[in-house]
Every structure is written in structure tokens, then in C-alpha cells.
Design a protein around this ligand. Structure first.
Ligand code: HEM
Length: 395
């Protein structure tokens, strides 16, 4: 069978295609991508648990190409043990759950600021007004970006995401390169400043992170700060967008959450499973490997289809049923193992609070369009725009 994850039919709704893959070709060679794809939970899980067989490679560096603003060190996502182990131990200190928990009141305040103009209007685009700006503002806050630099930070943040989409227009490339040089200069200055006057932000925590007398270099901190922009923005935007869209398509489940706010954390987990914001991650085989679904030789690129693993009937009963009370603990939406998402506690916190505000502080809403277009991407999944109509009269 043929499978093109970039075809419009697949990006519109990849799930029937994944079901067919899992049943008919669980380990498949994709000629146009020169790459294998794993669709079953057991095989994806095996790959995640065995990084010595399924190693990470230069995928992030390749995605950024010559627009990479920090090319002298590898991205944490692309690293393997023991280098990854060292960097990750230090990076964890910047993302300690204790540190993330202290952000909650600020996250809630940012959510209220963003929601205020929306709830007064009868129609609003969730993505441009709310789920898009939210993670950028939260990350700026978390990194300790000064209020007056927030505007520039938003532009840098958008430009780094633009860089990963491999623009071909030369004028656009020059613009992005110049913008990212500004981003780099800003972070370099900030890191230097935090060495002498630390605050309670993540950059300060990274500057001070120490493990067996080992510390992060300024360039390593710079690379981590930039990667957070790549990894933490669009993903969180899509978690919120996918959650709202899925709830609107499942009114009975929406009613259950409205009746019981204690379901919010389970709702976030079920959305992560049911419509994963990151559909694909990449690996390279370091040796020949035999999986449940087939064999792959050494030295091959492999797509791990997280979105398919999370719908595998061998792992999740009735996987295509969206059930806000399911609370799946074994989904792989944040990956698993050594590269497990560094920002998962933050993404969960943002998702839970954002959905709480939308469902409980806003008038009831419906979708204001017949057709919601998905982002055309191999990696991320979410609505490009999501116009909502608020029932302001009934509020
Ligand atoms: C719903 C939102 C998010 C999803 C679905 C998500 C998903 C993922 C996945 C699947 C991985 C593993 C990649 C791999 O194994 O190759 C990952 C890694 C990572 N994520 Fe997230 N992410 C989200 C939000 C965030 C946020 C908010 C941040 C930071 C503020 C972040 C930072 C990172 C970093 C730094 C890594 C690399 C960890 C490593 O290589 O050791 N992510 N994420």
C-alpha cells in the first residue's frame, strides 16, 4: 500500500490511513521520503525504549538547515548518550516540576488577559487570538524576557518556526537569518547578565545548573533556549486547538467536562492520545532490527508515527472513541524514555488552565465554519484557524 503523510487527504484525517497501515503494513518503506514508518504502538514503544538501536540524528539541524542560529553545538533532540545524558541532566534543572508549578498563577493571569477581549465578541479565531499567543507569552515569561522585548520575542519565535518550514524564497531567508541573529544576540546578552544577577527564571536556573561540578556552556544554554521556542510553541497551540475542536465534535463528552471540572486533567491526556499535536518523530537505525511488524536494516531513517501508536487497538480499547474519562497514562504523545518531552509539565499546565478558562469563564461556543483546515505539516497536527461563535446573548 501507498502512504503519503503529506497528502491533503491524510493531513485532513490521518487516522483511517494509520489503521490500514497498522493492519496491512506496520513496518513500511516510504520511497518518496527514503524512510521507514512504524505505526504500531508496540514497535514505536520499542524504538523509544531502545535509543541504542533507534538513535537520534541530525533531524532538527537538518530542519533548520543554514538558517540554524546556533550551529556550533548539536540540538538536544538530535543527541545520543552519553552526550545527551549529560546535557539532559543539566537541562532538567531548568525544568524542575517545582519551578514549573510556580508559574501557574502567571499562566492563569496571561490566560485571563487573552480571554478578556474574546469573550466580549460574538466571533473570534481561537488560534490567532488565544492558543497561538499563549505559549509564546508563557515561554517569554519563563525565560525572563523583559516586558518591553515581548514584541521582538514574538517575531523571533515565529521566525524560528518559519525557519523549520524550509522557506525557499531568498528574500524571506535573508529576513529570517537577520531576525534570528537578533534573537541570538539577545539571548547571549541575557545569559551573560544572569551569571552576575540571577533571577527566578529558567535561564538563571540553567546558568546555575551544576551536576558533579559540570555546568552548561553559554552556547549550550543558548541552544536550549532556542529549541524551547521550536518545541514548545506550535505544539502547545495545537494541543489547545485540537482539544476545542474535538470537544465541539463530541458534544456529549463536552457536556461531561462542563458538568465536572475535575475531568480537565484526564481530558488533556485523552486529547494528547486521540489527536496528538506531534504526529511523527524521527530516528535512525544503528543496527539491523526485527520488530513485531517487520525488519529494518542498519543505517536507515525511520518515522515513528506517534499519532498512530496512540490509536492502536492492540493498546487502547476502542481507540477511535474519544472518552474524556479514559485518562490514558501510556500514550506516547510526549515521546518516552531519554528524550521524553522536557516541557510536558508546562504543556499540561497550560492546556489544563486554558481549557478551564474557555469552558468555564466564557459563554458557550460553537464552531463558526463548516470546514476547519489542518496545518499542512508532516510533524505537527492542529487547526490553522478555529473561528468560534460565542453565544453572548445566553451568557
Ligand atoms: C502539547 C505540547 C507538546 C508536545 C505534544 C510535545 C512533544 C514532544 C515529543 C514527542 C518529544 C520527543 C521527541 C523525540 O523523542 O524525538 C519532545 C521533546 C522535547 N520537548 Fe516537547 N512537546 C510539547 C511541548 C513542549 C514545551 C512547552 C516545551 C518547552 C517549553 C518542550 C520542549 C521539549 C524539548 C526541549 C524536547 C527535547 C528533549 C530531549 O531531547 O531530551 N515541549 N516533545
Amino acid at each position: 500500500m501507498d502512504f503519503n503523510p503529506l497528502s491533503p487527504e491524510v493531513t485532513a484525517n490521518p487516522y483511517p490511513y494509520y489503521t490500514e497501515l497498522r493492519n496491512k503494513a506496520p513496518v513500511i518503506w516510504l520511497e518518496p521520503f527514503q524512510c521507514w514508518a512504524l505505526s504500531r504502538y508496540a514497535d514505536v514503544d520499542f524504538a523509544l525504549r531502545n535509543p541504542q538501536i533507534f538513535s537520534s540524528s541530525v533531524f532538527t539541524a537538518e530542519a533548520l538547515g543554514d538558517l540554524n542560529p546556533v550551529s556550533e553545538v548539536p540540538w538536544i533532540l538530535d543527541m545520543n548518550p552519553p552526550d545527551h545524558t549529560r546535557l539532559r541532566k543539566l537541562a532538567n534543572k531548568g525544568f524542575a516540576p517545582r519551578l514549573i508549578r510556580t508559574l501557574e498563577p502567571r499562566v492563569q493571569a496571561i490566560i485571563q488577559e487573552l480571554i478578556e477581549p474574546i469573550r466580549g465578541q460574538s466571533e473570534s479565531d481561537l488560534v490567532s487570538m488565544f492558543s497561538g499567543p499563549l505559549p509564546t507569552i508563557v515561554i517569554a515569561e519563563m525565560l525572563g524576557v523583559e516586558i518591553e522585548r515581548r514584541g521582538a520575542f514574538k517575531v523571533w519565535s515565529d521566525d524560528i518556526v518559519r525557519a523549520t518550514s524550509r522557506p525557499t524564497d531568498e528574500a524571506e531567508r535573508i529576513e529570517i537569518r537577520e531576525s534570528l541573529a537578533g534573537l541570538r544576540a539577545y539571548f547571549e546578552q541575557m545569559i551573560e547578565h544572569r551569571r552576575t544577577s540571577p533571577g527566578d527564571d529558567v535561564i538563571s536556573a540553567l546558568v546555575q545548573a551544576e551536576e558533579e561540578r559540570d555546568m552548561l556552556s553559554a552556547t549550550e544554554i543558548l541552544a536550549l533556549a532556542v529549541l524551547i521556542l521550536v518545541a514548545g510553541n506550535e505544539t502547545t497551540t495545537n494541543l489547545i486547538g485540537n482539544a476545542v475542536l474535538t470537544l465541539l465534535n463530541h458534544p456529549d463528552e463536552l457536556a461531561k467536562v462542563r458538568a465536572d471540572p475535575a475531568l480537565l486533567p484526564a481530558l488533556v491526556e485523552e486529547v494528547l492520545r486521540y489527536d496528538s499535536p506531534v504526529q511523527v518523530i524521527f530516528r535512525r537505525t544503528a543496527q539491523d532490527v526485527e520488530l513485531e511488524g517487520g525488519k529494518i536494516p542498519a543505517g536507515q531513517n525511520v518515522f515513528l508515527l506517534l499519532g498512530s501508536a496512540n490509536r492502536d487497538e492492540r493498546q487502547f480499547p476502542e481507540p477511535d472513541r474519544f472518552d474524556v474519562a479514559r485518562n490514558p497514562q501510556d500514550h506516547v504523545a510526549f515521546g518516552y524514555g531519554i528524550h521524553y518531552c522536557l516541557g510536558a509539565p508546562l504543556a499540561r499546565l497550560e492546556g489544563r488552565n486554558a481549557l478551564e478558562a474557555l469552558l468555564f469563564d466564557c459563554p458557550p461556543f460553537s464552531c463558526a465554519t463548516e470546514r476547519v483546515a489542518p496545518i499542512a505539516s508532516l510533524i505537527v497536527r492542529g487547526p490553522q484557524t478555529l473561528p468560534l461563535r460565542f453565544d453572548t446573548a445566553g451568557a
